[in-house]
Design a protein around this ligand. Structure first.
Ligand code: FAD
Length: 431
């Protein structure tokens, strides 16, 4: 039987939809809101490049991907794991497979198919979708406030609220981070948004920029301090993009922020040890051009040779030993990271210290948060969606726990405006 308790989920991304799934499964009346005219826009964008839902690596390695928050995620992932996610997807009718890289993808379904089925199921369960409703904070009675399309503010009488408003990258998908000011005004501590999994800026010459924009550099190794990543990189008009760049972009961003030098080194021939490379270069006969020699003997193709010319001096290229060093450790002069709006994800948002183990904001009892709006970051590889699904699932369970068993009189929504209420709920911190 349907419980008459109404709860509001705000944000129709993976975290919010997962929360709505858990809450409606428990029999609650769920209303879900989004500022956009449809659900899951960033999820659909993620689907364009091959929807990488999660990863198959073992638990400790998986949790380590969350960096400073590895310990928190080790516990969270034990409660809603990548296997749990795959089992849930199977129930939804979506089979998954593990790719050669260990990444997990849907077998025969697109992001659009998954979203469509998911929304239909939620609709059949009675979840009410309110699109074009922008969350604007809380009313004087603590109810969530929305600005619908008709511009007449709506105060929604929810017994509890779960916010899953996303991070601040790709604002065109609806996740513009403007919610941060609303929570900061309620004394919730937020870490500033920063780009994560983003490209880097390099001040290319006009010639290199126009000639090689969009060209790939294949199978190289990128190193920054003790971190390294392997794969293909793409030259862009602004600098470099691609998996290895994204993997190191957080470290690069933090070094730039501190004003420290960025020791970003690119190995263009990662399969050839330095000494063998030196040998090969030393055997070059004088007649052949350097470009031809490097293409034929070292197999340096694409923009690789031009990249060497772009960064190294003519003297460096003439000296076989220095040239070999340049090929193995080409120092990339990073100027900046690409802007937040272009990044795949964002770091920053609600600090974990602000929520209890059930994802309830300690200063706003009855208000739960989940997904990328929390301050965590992880590399690409399925860790972002897994993080959103896991926190959405667990925050919804936290909300159920807070409401108590069905039939039990529900808690009165708190008055979030009253400063004396801010420290009323002394929950255990998730940290
Ligand atoms: C190009 C790209 C590719 C990606 N590929 C992958 C991938 O392959 N694998 C992976 O794991 N991750 C990937 N990601 C990241 C992944 O999509 C996100 O981490 C994930 O969508 C976050 O889920 P979320 O529910 O927390 O937030 P979001 O998906 O951002 O959803 C938040 C929702 O809240 C709504 N909202 C925001 N503010 C308000 C407001 N004030 N009022 C009402 N509604 C509001 C938004 O409209 C949005 O619908 C990719 C991201 C991008 C940009």
């Amino acid at each position: 039987m349907k419980d008459e308790t109404r709860v509001a989920v705000v944000g129709c991304g993976p975290a919010g939809l997962m929360a709505a799934t858990v809450l409606s499964d428990a029999g609650l009346s769920v209303d879900i809101f989004d500022t956009k005219s449809s659900a899951g826009r960033k999820f659909l964008v993620a689907g364009r490049g091959g929807l990488n839902l999660t990863h198959s690596e073992q638990a400790d390695a998986f949790a380590a991907r969350y960096g400073n928050n590895a310990e928190i995620f080790r516990k969270l992932l034990a409660d809603f794991s990548p296997d749990d996610l795959r089992a849930w997807l199977r129930e939804l009718g979506v089979e998954t497979f593990v790719g050669t890289s260990g990444r997990v993808f849907p077998k025969d379904a697109s992001a659009h198919d998954i979203l469509k089925t998911w929304i239909e199921i939620l609709g059949k369960r009675g979840v009410v979708f309110h699109y074009r409703h922008r969350w604007q904070g809380f009313s004087k009675t603590g109810a969530p406030l929305f600005l619908p399309e008709n511009n007449i503010p709506l105060e929604f009488p929810a017994k509890a609220v779960l916010l899953a408003l996303g991070g601040a990258s790709w604002p065109q998908t609806g996740s513009d981070g403007s919610w941060a000011a609303l929570l900061a005004a309620r004394d919730v501590h937020l870490e500033p948004f920063r780009p994560a999994n983003c490209g880097i800026e390099v001040a290319w010459s006009e010639h290199f920029r126009t000639r090689f924009n969009g060209k790939p550099l294949k199978n190289l190794l990128l190193r920054c301090g003790d971190r390294q990543a392997i794969g293909d990189v793409v030259v862009t008009a602004h600098g470099l993009e691609g998996g290895p760049v994204y993997a190191l972009s957080g470290v690069i961003r933090d070094l730039l922020k501190k004003g420290s030098p960025v020791p970003l080194l690119l190995d263009l021939k990662r399969d050839l040890p330095l000494e063998r490379l030196k040998d090969k270069i030393a055997r070059r006969c004088g007649k052949e051009s350097f470009a031809n020699f490097l293409r034929k003997t070292i197999h340096l193709t694409g923009p690789a040779y031009s990249l060497l010319r772009e960064i190294c001096s003519p003297e460096d290229l003439r000296d076989p030993t220095v040239l070999a060093e340049c090929i193995k450790n080409l120092s990339i002069p990073v100027v900046n990271t690409r802007p937040l709006a272009e990044a795949i994800s964002s770091a920053g948002g609600v600090a974990f210290a602000e929520v209890n183990t059930d994802f309830m904001l300690r200063k706003l009892p009855g208000v739960f948060v989940a997904g990328e709006m929390l301050d965590w970051e992880a590399p690409t590889g399925g860790y972002l969606l897994q993080g959103a699904f896991t926190t959405g699932h667990l925050a919804a369970q936290g909300l159920l726990k807070w409401l108590g068993p069905p039939g039990q009189s529900v808690k009165t929504p708190p008055d979030h405006f009253s400063p004396c209420n801010h420290n009323k709920f002394i929950g255990q911190s998730i940290l």
